[in-house]
Design a protein around this ligand. Structure first.
Ligand code: IPM
Ligand code: MN
Length: 332
């Protein structure tokens, strides 16, 4: 019997279920050996069971071959002991690389951000040193996590014959923590003979807008990667075009960079491309190269033909864009 793949599906909140539904319908047309299993995490789960991510779900997610993730809303209230489910998954599944492709062929933009995904300020080690007076957040940079992110970026660089790497940091101020990150990156890139330059994150933000075509692969820590990837959304017109691949040695989770956008939810106007791109990257990672290429190509064709969603100024509903994919995939 040919192998079947178990795909975890986390639609989430807001526009998450809408874009997920579009992707799943597209995947269904391809008739691949994929079995889908749905999970409820986040605030909805917290309200049911008192935790945003149940242990039994976490154990089950570990057994899946890939995880598709829509979007989760920030909880509506400050619940006691609430923990972010997506941050829990990134750390718990050791998804050390958050890979964020920022691509727009027409504008000659082709950037891959390799964002460290498990530590930095996202360690959430925060406390009041003096209640009411002084709050502290620890920025954690470890050798292990930094080596993993730079090595993932190097691996990608080689496999895809990329041209240049940029280390992004702020070591002029954070001399110890960012200096450590920079030095580890330098050491690995030097050893592997990878051409690279360095940018401070503030200058990088400026240059990304002014000269996006000068960037190729970016390697950076968690918080800077978060901020620069939203900036990337503006570069390629809108955040609804950006997918992300959360990758570890054992697990992969695919999620749009955009959030749950409650203001446009349930109207069928959301832009589904980021989620569809997530699906295409997942298929490629699972070895379904041909199907993945077909989807990537259709995305290019459709964007070229201005088949874009209402929420981003286009004419099409989310479900209509999905229908166009299904039609095109059936007719071949
Ligand atoms: C992202 C999001 C998350 C992050 C939030 C929702 C925790 O902004 O995936 O970029 O900060 O990483
Ligand atoms: Mn973000």
């Amino acid at each position: 019997m040919p192998k079947r793949y178990k795909i975890a599906v986390i639609p989430g909140d807001g526009v998450g279920p809408e874009v997920m539904n579009t992707l799943l319908e597209i995947l269904q047309v391809l008739n691949l050996p994929l079995d889908f299993e749905e999970f409820v995490i986040g605030e909805k789960q917290y309200l049911k069971s008192g935790t945003s991510l149940r242990d039994e779900d976490f154990e089950e997610l570990k057994k899946c071959d890939a995880i598709l993730f829509g979007a989760l809303s920030t909880p509506s209230k400050d619940y006691p002991n609430y923990k972010s489910a997506i941050l829990g998954l990134r750390k718990g599944l050791d998804l050390h690389a958050n890979i964020r492709p920022i691509i727009n062929k027409k504008k000659n933009i082709d950037i891959y951000v390799f964002r460290e995904n498990t530590e930095d300020l996202y360690s959430q080690k925060e406390f009041f040193r003096k209640p009411g007076e002084e709050a502290v957040a620890e920025k954690i940079i470890t050798k292990q996590a930094t080596e993993k992110i730079v090595d993932s970026a190097i691996d990608f660089f080689r496999k895809n014959k990329r041209k240049k790497m940029t280390i992004v940091h702020k070591a002029n101020v954070l001399r110890t923590s960012d200096g450590f990150f920079r030095d580890i990156c330098r050491e690995h890139l030097d050893k592997e003979n990878i051409p690279y330059n360095e940018e401070y994150v503030d200058a990088c933000a400026y240059k990304l807008i002014k000269f996006p075509e000068n960037f190729d692969v970016i390697v950076t820590s968690n918080m800077y990667g978060d901020i620069l990837s939203d900036l990337g959304g503006a570069l390629v017109d809108n955040l609804g075009m950006l997918p992300s691949i959360n990758k570890g040695e054992e697990h992969s989770l695919y999620e749009p960079v955009h959030g749950s956008a409650p203001d446009i939810a349930d109207k069928d106007i959301v832009n589904p491309y980021a989620m569809i791109l997530c699906g295409a990257y997942m298929l490629s990672d699972l070895g379904f190269e041909k199907e993945s290429e077909r989807i990537f190509k259709l995305i290019d064709d459709f964007v070229e033909k201005d088949i874009t969603a209402i929420s981003v100024g286009g004419k099409y509903k989310n479900s209509e864009i999905g229908d166009k994919f299904k039609e095109a995939l059936k007719n071949k």
